[in-house]
Ligand binder design. Structure first.
Ligand SMILES: [Zn+2]
Length: 319
């Protein structure tokens, strides 16, 4: 098996959009498909040329998860070439932007932001989601989707479900290599984005993310190919660092609640200040996810007041 990494640089904090060509037996597989930009397209074309390959040699595309910076070139490739697209079953209604699901998802965030005490800022975000439901219709993935069976190998890759960052995220393992999507990024901690499941129930994405990190930490792999940033060769230590980071952030949040009970929104503003405005959904996911974690670890308790949750710190009793 030969992995051909395509790393397309970006000014964003992510540093690069990574996707991978894999040559194995008679297959040429594209794992993930970057952003829908000329830069990513050129990155793909150049990688093919360098290795004396052509787009028409592609035999399959596999997605690690449904996010737009991982599926960007799919439609463009499949307009030119009839190539199967392998996706996790949880990806389908997200990739196809199924209207009933998109509507449910907006209502889910509406209730979530209300409970978190986000007020007008939450409503503004809901308006944004409503608008993007219309404007992003062009990002819908067209054509047939082939569902992955995670219990079986795919092109000799063993599949590992790694939900948390996204509900449909998978990692692909072959020998001592792992293609890992956005589970683990070398230079930043990846977000466990709050999402509903197919039925509109809240997924406890932070706990899922922690479980996924622990699963991958156990894997006997040497090289982890991530969705962004540089290749990872010390995944066990890096995962340890990430798990510790979650615990430390939880302890920091508990300190912030000492003065008075706080809503998730209060905590988001106090902790993130400017980023609260510029990266509202990310910041709220981060806070709500850590509050879930803290509740499960008995570090906080919440009370409801007029439909909004307030959190107080809990400390271990002195023995
Ligand atoms: Zn992602």
């Amino acid at each position: 098996m030969k992995i051909i990494p395509i790393h397309v640089k970006t000014e964003r904090a992510l540093r690069s959009f990574n996707f991978y060509l894999v040559q194995h037996s008679n297959e040429l597989i594209l794992i993930d498909a970057g952003y829908d930009t000329e830069d990513c397209w050129n990155g793909l074309v150049e990688a093919l040329q360098t290795h004396h390959l052509q787009l028409s040699d592609l035999t399959a595309i596999v997605l690690t998860h449904h996010h737009p910076d991982h599926v960007g070139l799919v439609n463009r490739i499949r307009k030119q070439l009839d190539v199967p697209l392998y996706v996790h079953p949880e990806s389908v209604h997200r990739l196809t932007r199924e209207p009933a699901f998109m509507e449910m998802r907006i209502n889910f965030y509406k209730a979530l932001y209300q409970q978190a005490g986000c007020g007008a800022f939450g409503e503004k975000q809901i308006d944004r989601l409503q608008r993007s439901k219309e404007t992003n219709i062009g990002n819908r993935i067209e054509g047939e989707l082939t569902l992955i069976d995670v219990t079986k190998p795919l092109f000799d890759f063993d599949l590992v479900e790694t939900p948390g960052h996204a509900p449909d995220q998978i990692a692909l393992q072959y020998d001592d290599i792992l293609i890992s999507g956005d589970l683990l990024i070398h230079h930043i901690s990846s977000n466990a984005l709050i999402e509903p499941d197919t039925h509109g129930n809240r997924l406890f994405t932070m706990q899922q993310h922690i479980n996924s990190l622990q699963t991958v930490q156990q894997l006997d792999v040497q090289t982890v190919y991530p969705g962004h940033g540089s290749v990872i060769t010390n995944h066990q230590a890096l995962i340890q660092e990430r798990l510790l980071g979650i615990q430390q952030k939880a302890e920091h949040l508990r300190e912030l609640m000492l003065q008075k009970p706080m809503t998730a929104n209060d905590l988001a503003i106090t902790m993130y200040q400017k980023r609260y405005e510029t990266q509202f959904p990310l910041v709220m996911s981060e806070i709500i996810g850590h509050l879930d974690y803290m509740e499960s670890k008995n570090m906080t308790m919440k009370t409801e007041k007029d439909g909004v949750f307030e959190f107080e710190p809990v400390f271990d009793r002195v023995k």
